[in-house]
Design a binder for this molecule. Structure first.
Ligand SMILES: [Zn+2]
Length: 261
């Protein structure tokens, strides 16, 4: 079984001015032809609304699971508990953060307030966070692996999926999270972007040695689903069935289950 931890859909099917289609029907067709059974649909604050994603996921509840996106700076600290509880009540299964796209630091005070509030919830929603942190809006006080390590250690009750495993820093991120049981990584986009560099070997090493913390993800429509599944199959070639199952579905189930409640 293949569960994709990282897809995007948009209301008009457009995707940031590219030729790619982010329409929900296109996604469902692509899931069928790539053998993907379930996918976590990620809104993007300021770009893809939570309401739209929730509506699509309700219509296709056997295939799609909704995350809720937010820009932590847009929620007053006092309103955080209520906002987070509302996400749970509405049926969202994760919180999606994209610091680079929205222009806030991954360790801005507002981001940390969000994690604090989340860690006080009965069952905190997992956080799915973009980790291609470098951008023109802020400087980083330490490297991405150090930031990821700090977040995982500071908020042990929150499960984090660090999307793209910080790209070129993937191997460092792998070492950073090794002893943090609440931290997971996905290689979506990174696996294609750096396919012909030394990074491929790093990703393979991590799959061999850290399979309990890696989630399959495509970053559809940025990446074609068939290509994504094929690239991951190639990356995992020769690994045990157990490791492959961990990466393709079981780790996702561990974090996002119960799926049937
Ligand atoms: Zn993405």
């Amino acid at each position: 079984m293949i569960i994709d931890s990282h897809v995007h859909i948009t209301q008009d099917g457009s995707w940031f001015g590219s030729q790619r289609s982010a329409g929900v029907e296109h996604l469902l067709d692509a899931m069928d032809s790539s053998g993907t059974e379930l996918a976590l649909a990620l809104p993007l604050a300021g770009h893809i609304s939570n309401d739209f994603v929730l509506k699509c996921c309700r219509t296709h509840s056997d295939r799609l699971i909704p995350a809720a996106a937010c820009d932590p700076r847009s929620i007053a600290k006092k309103d955080l508990p209520e906002t987070l509880s509302k996400f749970v009540d509405q049926g969202f299964r994760a919180i999606k953060l994209h610091p680079r796209l929205n222009g806030y630091s991954p360790i801005a005070p507002e981001t940390l307030h969000l994690f604090e509030a989340l860690s006080k919830q009965n069952t905190p929603l997992p956080v799915v966070m973009d980790t291609l942190f470098y951008c023109a809006h802020y400087s980083l006080p330490k490297d991405p692996a150090g930031i990821i390590h700090d977040l995982a250690l500071t908020f042990p009750d929150v499960n984090f999926v660090f999307c793209h495993a910080a790209g070129v820093d993937a191997i460092r991120v792998g070492e950073a999270i090794r002893q943090c049981p609440n931290a997971y990584i996905d290689f979506s986009y990174t696996i294609q972007r750096y396919a012909r560099t030394r990074i491929w070997d790093d990703l393979r090493y991590l799959c061999e040695h850290l399979d309990a913390r890696i989630l399959y993800g495509s970053d559809f429509p940025e990446v074609d689903l068939k290509q994504s599944v094929g690239d991951w199959q190639k990356l995992l070639e020769g690994l045990s069935e157990e490791k492959r199952t961990n990466i393709f579905s079981d780790n996702f189930r561990k974090i996002f289950i119960p799926l049937d409640t």
